[in-house]
Design a protein around this ligand. Sequence first.
Ligand SMILES: [Zn+2]
Ligand SMILES: [Zn+2]
Ligand SMILES: [Zn+2]
Length: 169
Amino acid sequence: MTTGALPTQTLPELPRHDHGGCINKAIQIAETLCNDRGVRLTPIRRKVLELVWESHRAVKAYDLLDRIKPLETSAKPATVYRALDFLIEQGLIHRVESLNAFIGCNCSDHQHELLLLICNRCQEVEERPALEVMNAVAKEIAEAGFHVHRKAIEIHGLCAQCAALELVR
Ligand SMILES: [Zn+2]
Ligand SMILES: [Zn+2]
Ligand SMILES: [Zn+2]
């Protein structure tokens, strides 16, 4: 059994849910939030956000580039990277450092102090607010007098679905 990330072609099928609903909700939140903040969700930013939201799997920048090229022939890598930076800044997507990849965020009001549960089998990433954990972490950090640039806890393993599949093998 491999614990590393699987190549895209061999990813297992995921159970279906109304993912269209997830995408719609995410786009709606993005529009409201950008409107409130007076920043623009330009067509390319919106397209990149939609592509990140294609699934709950973390997606790498070069996969986004591959997918956006047929849609926006003029899209240069720099344009896509700038769109990603914007989306991260606005908290609409998160970078998963340990995978060097991105996931969409549809919690409009959390502080982006993240607990990320990363499935090594299906590569889905679940974001949990985990306030108590994060408050405890914040307390330790304050005691150390440490200045934080970025805070996220990334946990690798198997999601409930994949763990169940491993059991029946
Ligand atoms: Zn979904
Ligand atoms: Zn988030
Ligand atoms: Zn999984």
